[in-house]
Design a protein around this ligand. Structure first.
Ligand code: UT7
Length: 355
């Protein structure tokens, strides 16, 4: 039976370490608050004017490609998950193709806009491309340069203290090995509460989505305006161009959906939590991962956490954590591994695989 294996994996974390105390110098927050509520001690920021989401992705991708024993020219398809793309368009997929020096035009490149679940969705999509026989080497990347788009005033503190920059990548290939590869994936979405965790402006909503907000918002559109409403002066002047999150609302749903979808993939594959060698959850908040661990009755050595060092890197968090666990010898050939994520949309999902 043809399955999809992760043939190579890589990660990239930029050099600059931003500690909680560094954030305390620009906004009203404290190391104590951040550690108690999120477990985060520090995060990495990319170098402005030198690094972007794409360049960080390229570092991770080159490592994954090398470890898969291939060259960039062997890549057939790129799946790029990010919420902090270099440009509004074109997407980062084609920018990464260029950055890797892939000149052949027979490949395809696609961007995935699923925020925290982007990598899990990407892995499930790449798996289908491989198993259908359409492609032999699919590059799946999750990368974020959050630091460019955060509100560093006290108003944005609940969001800003959480996020960090980084990238992770895998090369997917077909395998005939019975004890290796992606066993199954489950993907979910519920758009009911889309604005509870969202980066709305700039956007082509034209105010239309106001009817879904708890409070109506005036974006500064002129009555006679036919164009130029994607980004208004009012949005910029009043700092409306930042991510918004109703933290407690998101927290409550996350601790419910993570265990559900993890159980779902285990059940589909005829496995149970006791046989799970490693759960690699999206690093949203250490308290969320600990909650999930308690609900599923997992031991400490069955869950990989690294949010303490890197913060929440959204689409990059799962591949970075998976790569780190593999590099540390915590995941070995044949291990049963579950990747799971929940985030904006809301979307959530999981992949179950034998390493
Ligand atoms: O990865 C995508 C999915 N995202 C998540 O899963 C995040 C889920 N949510 C969370 O992780 C938590 O809700 C947060 C860490 C974001 C916030 O923690 P919380 O315990 O839910 O705090 P809160 O938002 O209820 O705020 C409690 C208090 C408020 O002050 P008042 O109104 O009680 O006076 C906030 O203004 O904490 C205040 N606060 C802060 N204080 C110091 C919020 N952020 C900060 C901060 N430093 N950074």
């Amino acid at each position: 039976m043809l399955r999809t294996k992760i043939a190579g994996i890589g990660k990239y974390l930029p050099d600059t370490i931003v500690k909680n105390d560094d954030l305390q110098s620009v906004m009203e927050t404290s190391d104590e608050w951040i550690q108690e509520r999120t477990g985060i001690q520090e995060r990495r920021y990319g170098t402005k004017h030198q690094e972007t989401t794409t360049t960080m992705a390229a570092h991770a991708a080159r490592t994954a490609i090398e470890r898969a024993g291939i060259t960039p020219e062997d890549i057939d398809f790129i799946l790029f998950a990010t919420l902090s793309p270099d440009y509004y368009f074109p997407g980062c997929g084609v920018l990464l193709q260029r950055e890797l020096g892939i000149t052949k035009t027979t490949i395809g490149a696609m961007d995935i806009r699923n925020q925290c679940t982007g990598f899990v969705y990407g892995l499930a999509t790449g798996d289908q491309f491989i198993r259908s026989g359409m492609y032999k080497n699919v590059l799946v990347v999750g990368a974020e340069m959050h630091s460019m788009g955060l509100d560093y005033s006290t108003r944005g503190r609940n969001v800003t203290v959480i996020f960090g920059d980084g990238a992770g990548a895998v090369v997917l290939q077909p395998t005939g090995e019975a004890d290796q590869g992606i066993l199954c994936s489950k993907l979910h979405s519920d758009g009911t509460h889309a604005e509870k965790l969202a980066f709305i402006n700039p956007g082509a909503h034209g105010g239309y989505h106001n009817r879904y907000l708890d409070e109506p918002v005036e974006y500064g559109y002129g009555k006679e305006t036919y164009g130029g409403i994607f980004l208004t002066e009012k949005m910029v002047e009043e700092g409306m161009t930042y991510p918004y999150m109703d933290g407690p609302f998101v927290f409550k749903l996350a601790v419910q959906k993570f265990p559900e979808v993890i159980q779902e993939v285990l059940q589909e594959a005829g496995e149970d939590v006791a046989s799970l060698d490693m759960l690699v959850p999206h690093q949203a908040n250490l308290r969320i991962s600990q909650f999930v661990q308690r609900i599923l009755k997992l031991r400490d050595d069955q869950v990989w956490n690294n949010i303490q060092k890197y913060g929440n890197t959204t689409a990059a968090s799962v591949p970075i954590a998976l790569c780190e666990a593999v590099e540390n010898g915590a995941i070995k050939r044949g291990d049963l591994v579950c990747l799971a994520a929940f985030g904006s949309g809301f979307t959530w999902g999981a992949n179950l695989l034998r390493w």
